[in-house]
Design a protein around this ligand. Structure first.
Ligand code: ATP
Ligand code: MG
Length: 197
């Protein structure tokens, strides 16, 4: 399961658990992105923080693991590199790439898109209020769409809540809440006020 995970939250965890059950997966590997090029418009938290939060959130589930491949590769993250590296590490595994339906909708904008489909089956999980117009040019059977239990949780909402002092308990695991507080993540920047303001 690929994502920025800034921070990881219960929506990601429920989606992973649901997909694992429906597709009888042996394991779900969470892969926090390196420098996410789609999110170049905002500052993304340090990779090490995103990795540790994902680790904290998944540590108790024997089926969930976290991989550093995208973080340690350095540079921009492209799904083609993620899948090639995972395939090299686990040559016998049948790979499924889980991500949000919003990301699947952008799939044709990804680098080397046609090289992606032989490497993995793509599973797009939908969030409440999100409807995907299925792209007819995608190879048949290469993408599955799945509704996960209605969890209107997003990382952006969690960051926004932290910035305005609203609670985030129960939106993400307790360890992640504590880690965010401990590291002072997502607090508003204290930019010096302009003179006379
Ligand atoms: P942001 O709000 O910063 O975009 P996000 O909550 O979408 O963050 P990502 O790290 O971008 O989190 O998520 C990885 C993938 O998981 C995305 O493709 C996203 O659509 C999907 N996803 C996120 N939250 C949910 C949710 N509540 N239910 C189902 N899928 C989700
Ligand atoms: Mg998102």
């Amino acid at each position: 399961m690929g994502g920025t995970f800034d921070p990881v939250h219960n929506g990601h965890l429920v989606a992973a658990s649901e997909v694992a059950a429906l597709f009888s997966l042996d394991e779900v590997v969470f892969v926090p992105s390196g420098q996410p090029w789609q999110k170049a418009d905002r500052e993304v938290s340090p990779a090490e923080d995103r990795y540790l939060m994902t680790f904290l959130a998944t540590a108790g589930n024997p089926q969930f693991t976290v991989s550093r491949i995208d973080i340690d590769r350095g540079g921009l993250t492209y799904t083609i590199d993620t899948l090639r590296d995972l395939a090299a590490l686990r040559p016998d595994a049948e790979l499924f790439f889980i991500t949000g339906a919003d990301a699947i909708a952008q799939i044709l904008t990804w680098r080397d898109v046609h090289a992606l489909f032989p490497l993995a089956h793509f599973i797009g999980v939908t969030r409440p209020g999100y409807h995907l117009a299925f792209d007819a040019s995608l190879p048949a059977g290469s993408v599955s769409l799945l509704e996960v239990p209605a969890l209107a949780i997003s990382s952006s909402d969690i960051r926004d809540r932290v910035a305005r002092g609203a609670p985030i308990w129960y939106l993400t695991p307790d360890g992640v809440v504590r880690y965010i507080v401990k590291r002072g993540l997502y607090l508003p920047r204290h930019d010096p006020s302009p003179p006379g303001a």
